[in-house]
Design a protein around this ligand. Structure first.
Ligand code: BTN
Length: 263
């Protein structure tokens, strides 16, 4: 099925996520566009999809490789009635949703790496970038950006990434319809978003920990200029990683890059 506006519209028809679709053959960044649309009043469930991005971005101002014809670059607008301080777990909730989707294609091989990476066989296949806007003490909206490497071949990744990134095609040996992956993604995001709204992050956390490679392991987290080490003992209600240091004290780490270490 061709990846075009018409096919996306019919695959998303009647769905909550994707109730309004903005499709672009090329855009700077679907997150930037979705942010502008949300600011101008776009409703919850609006999605932006692009075939390619000229300024696709990841966390910490990293570049997100966004060539045309191969992958999915999408951003969703969410407007939950929650305290902005409770919005971080939305990223983890989306990670669980994506992990559940990929587990249909690669059962037992999917893992989550805090805070927002989805891995298959230890290589990154999807990144999630959440951006929020607040008004006073209220959350105005969340933009949930999801990039999935779908039909890229290993040779398509630039050198530093070819060792650490992968695609659904590389891991399964076949190509995917990007329209079907998009429709499956919105469906499962809707399911987990509703669990989050109704039950809170507490019930999602169990899923997250089950997919995590870090539970009970020693990690190093780089956060700004600081490096923290400790054993991962859980994730708190705000989505922070709980690290137990050598002194037995627990630290809650809100942001950073985590990697496993030997002790
Ligand atoms: C990360 O792993 O650091 C997050 C990567 C997020 C990439 C997606 S692609 C769609 C959306 N638009 C962007 O510019 N970024 C996100």
């Amino acid at each position: 099925m061709d990846f075009n506006e018409q096919n996306l519209r019919s695959a998303l028809s009647g769905k909550m996520m994707g109730n309004t679709l903005h499709f672009f053959p090329e855009t700077e960044s679907t997150n930037t566009l979705a942010f502008r649309l949300a600011d101008a009043g776009a409703k919850e469930g609006t999605v932006v999809i692009a075939d390619s991005q000229t300024q696709g971005r990841g966390r910490i101002k990293r570049k997100w490789e966004s060539p045309p014809g191969l992958n999915l670059y999408t951003s969703l607008i969410l407007k939950p009635d929650i305290n902005p301080a409770r919005s971080s777990p939305i990223t983890l909730t989306a990670g669980v949703a994506v992990a559940e989707l990929f587990s249909l294609y690669c059962p037992g091989k999917v893992h989550l790496k805090w805070p927002n990476d989805v891995l298959i066989n230890g290589r990154k296949v999807c990144g999630i970038l959440t951006e929020i806007k607040t008004e006073g003490k209220k959350l105005k909206f969340i933009v949930l950006g999801v990039g999935i490497n779908i039909n890229m071949k290993r040779a398509d990744f630039p050198p530093p990434l070819e060792e650490i990134a992968t695609s659904l095609r590389e891991e399964t040996g076949h190509t995917f319809s990007r329209v079907e992956v998009a429709a499956g993604l919105y469906e499962i995001l809707d399911k987990f978003y509703n669990i989050f709204l109704i039950e809170g992050f507490a019930s999602i956390r169990e899923w997250w920990l089950a997919y995590s490679l870090m539970s009970g392991k020693h990690v190093e987290v780089t956060c700004g200029g600081e490096i923290l080490q400790g054993k991962v003992t859980g994730i708190d209600d705000g989505g922070a990683l709980i690290l137990q240091g050598e002194d037995g004290m627990s630290k809650h780490v809100i942001a950073g890059d985590a990697s496993l270490i030997r002790v």
